[in-house]
Design a protein around this ligand. Structure first.
Ligand SMILES: Cc1cc2nc3c(=O)[nH]c(=O)nc-3n(C[C@H](O)[C@H](O)[C@H](O)COP(=O)(O)OP(=O)(O)OC[C@H]3O[C@@H](n4cnc5c(N)ncnc54)[C@H](O)[C@@H]3O)c2cc1C
Length: 349
């Protein structure tokens, strides 16, 4: 099937001077490395085309392929945003905490989060990748990452080459006529199941955004990817102590046993009293433009014993509202499979 290609302009943002190109020399940008959050916010706010760089594991590939062409890079690695801070209310994870974080308390309190982190990328990438960057990484739709194809997420109003093209890896929930990409983060799916909150700083102070509200569904504005306002910086993720966090797990299905993004994944957590499920979380990854909460599956579990019949009902309910294409209809069965497998793991917890 023919795919729509777009004419590449050397630099696509807001009519700045034409830069040197890949074929010739290199793109130019300012590089700044602030030492305080205040200075970072100033550097982001005072340049209309500034971009934050943390671990750089995603952004550098986007710069290399000219998907992103910032004029100023603000390297936040000098900011005091690392580490875990525990309290009775839960844990606060600094935005610069690496995805390789190794803390036995985290594994005991939030198994779903540690399993999701370990299922991502490779050890080398996890050593570099940060929590903030993982949540805000770009989608892995091949058409988004190849500037010669139309992508309204990359360039507003240009359409979606994926819709006419190969959608095998793409979404079955929450997509639109303008975009069918899926969000690639494993960690975000686990954080959604844990009712986590993203803490952001900006010129107007501190805001807290529930992880479920951080990423936007594409609708007809796919380029509006998340709820951060211009000039805002993620400084931490707060994960509350909750009755179901300890009985939680993450199951990911992918094309290879490691070093691959989810085709479908499930983060599940269950709180039972006297053998009856009081509350549950069933969240899905690899199937929607944002981490996807399967409310219908959670309802199918509440008030029941967690047994094979309840698990089957939840697995079936998890696909409610799915709108697959012929080439990604296999994901419907994958969703049932990962939910079934994840909940079955909780039977022995
Ligand atoms: C080969 C490969 C395989 C991968 N496999 C997986 C996988 O299986 N699962 C998975 O979840 N991920 C996977 N990833 C993605 C990887 O986890 C991300 O690249 C990484 O988490 C991004 O973090 P970073 O710190 O390097 O972000 P960067 O590349 O530095 O930044 C990414 C984006 O986030 C923004 N940003 C970063 N920090 C902040 C902040 N504090 N506030 C505001 N904006 C910010 C940047 O401006 C940029 O837009 C893979 C990556 C690669 C290259």
């Amino acid at each position: 099937m023919p795919l729509r290609r777009v004419q590449q302009h050397p630099r696509r943002h807001r009519g700045r001077r034409a830069p040197v190109t890949r074929g010739g020399v290199v793109d130019t940008f300012e590089y700044k490395r602030p030492g305080t959050v205040r200075e970072a916010l100033r550097l982001i706010a005072t340049h209309p085309d500034a971009e934050i760089i943390a671990g750089g594991t995603d952004l550098v590939t986007l710069l290399r392929d000219r998907v992103r062409t910032p004029a100023r890079l603000v390297d936040i690695n000098g900011l005091p945003l690392d580490g875990l801070r525990w309290s009775r209310d839960g844990v606060r994870i600094g935005a610069l905490c690496r995805n390789a974080v190794d803390d036995p308390r985290l594994a005991a309190a939030y198994p779903v989060l540690v399993r999701a982190l370990r299922s991502g990328a490779s050890p080398q990438i996890r050593n570099r990748a940060t929590f903030g960057g993982n949540l805000l990484q770009g989608v892995r739709c091949p058409y988004f990452r190849l500037p010669e194809f139309a992508c309204g997420r990359r360039e507003p109003g240009t359409g979606c080459a994926a819709i006419e093209g190969d959608g095998r890896l793409l979404g079955i929930f929450g997509t639109s006529a303008a975009c069918i990409a899926v969000h690639p983060s494993d960690c975000a799916v686990a954080l959604l199941a844990l009712d986590a909150t993203v803490v952001v700083e900006g010129a107007r102070g501190t805001r807290r955004i529930p992880v479920g509200d951080l990423h936007r569904l594409p609708g007809d504005t796919p380029h509006v990817e998340h709820a951060l306002r211009d000039g805002e910086l993620v400084v931490a993720v707060e994960v509350p102590a909750s009755p179901f966090a300890a009985r939680s797990t993450y199951v990911k299905f992918r094309e290879r046993a490691s070093y691959a993004f989810a085709l479908a994944s499930a983060a599940v957590a269950v709180h039972s009293e006297r053998g009856v499920v009081r509350d549950a979380r069933v969240c899905l990854g690899g199937v929607a433009p944002k981490p996807w909460r399967a409310h219908t599956a959670e309802s199918a579990l509440r008030g029941r014993r967690l047994d094979a019949a309840a698990i089957e009902a939840a697995a079936e309910a998890a696909t409610a509202g799915a709108a697959p294409r012929p080439d990604n209809a296999y994901k419907v069965e994958l969703v049932r499979g990962v939910v079934r497998r994840a909940l079955t793991e909780l039977l022995v917890k």
